[in-house]
Design a protein around this ligand. Structure first.
Ligand code: BJW
Length: 234
């Protein structure tokens, strides 16, 4: 069999679950503990920025204590060894893909280790706690640095690049995402419309399960390395 020559992989919180990072919509997930409207909308941030900073500070502080798992490493191996086009799009704001060695990577919902100034747009690496007392190093405005994450109602990053890759891909693989949040949940339909084969690797069938040609259900640390080996074998 001639292998696919262009692969797009989409990942969600499920790929980091076995590293100890909370998912959102599982029974004990993040949205069972906090209100989405309070911490993941621009309106929530305007109402109570310190509350939002505390939520993201807590998650940022957790990053050094978690490590990439076998699924992250398998995708980095796929990128290194696959002889065609490859793009990894993650909805996750953790840094586990890059720590596993992935480089052809888009963080469509932003990154926990970055901040940006909502006054001048300056973006910078930020690994410490953020607070309304912090000043932007570019414009020196106080209280305008916010986590570099994409909240509901905001436009995810690099959508043109992602849709270009989806329009050209032969294989689309969705890993560890419940398929509840758009536009990511619509990628499978885009890829299918472009003629790609679509595969879901998830603990359970996602919202869009019927749009996948093939599905494997199980823990990411088992099913992702197995799938990567099967792709590399052709
Ligand atoms: C495992 C596992 C293991 C567990 N192994 N698997 C009506 C219709 C259509 C769209 C909309 C609508 N109303 C509003 C919208 C748009 C809105 C939206 O989609 N809303 C829906 C709720 C309906 N979307 C937006 O607003 C987006 N922007 C947008 O559309 O821009 C265009 C626009 C702009 C301006 C005006 C109008 C339009 C932005 C969405 C931003 C999402 N942000 C968040 C927070 C980011 C920062 C943070 O992390 O705090 O992103 S929300 C949260 O959900 C986070 C995630 O990236 C995202 C997706 O979650 P994910 O990754 O799927 O996690 P879970 O928990 O849901 O699923 C985990 C899965 O893993 C489960 O299936 C488990 O079974 C599985 N699993 N263990 C394998 N070991």
């Amino acid at each position: 069999m001639i292998g696919p020559f262009s692969i797009v992989v989409l990942t969600g919180a499920g790929i980091s679950a076995e590293s100890g990072v909370d998912t959102f919509r599982d029974t004990d997930g993040i949205w069972s503990k906090v209100n989405i409207e309070d911490v993941a909308t621009p309106e929530g941030y305007v109402r109570d920025p310190e509350r939002v900073h505390a939520f993201y500070n807590d998650r940022r502080r957790g990053l050094p204590g978690v490590v990439p798992n076998a699924a992250h490493f398998a995708l980095a191996k796929l990128e290194r060894e696959f002889q065609g086009e490859f793009l990894l799009v993650t909805q996750n704001i953790d840094d586990l893909h890059e720590r596993a060695g992935s480089a052809k990577l888009i963080h469509m919902h932003g990154e926990l280790v970055k901040a940006f100034c909502d006054r001048c747009g300056h973006k910078l690496e930020w690994r410490a706690d953020l607070s309304t007392g912090d000043a932007c190093p570019a414009c020196h405005g106080h209280g305008r640095l916010r986590p570099d994450v994409v909240w509901f109602g905001e436009m995810p990053y690099q959508m043109d690049r992602i849709y270009d890759a989806l329009a050209k891909c032969d294989l689309f693989v969705s890993i560890g995402t419940s398929g509840n949040v758009y536009p990511a949940a619509g990628f499978v339909a885009e890829a299918r419309a472009a003629g790609a084969r679509t595969v879901e690797l998830n603990l359970e069938p996602s919202e869009g399960a019927n749009l996948f040609h093939h599905a494997v259900h199980g823990p990411a640390t088992k099913i992702v390395p197995d799938f990567v080996e099967s792709v590399l074998r052709g």
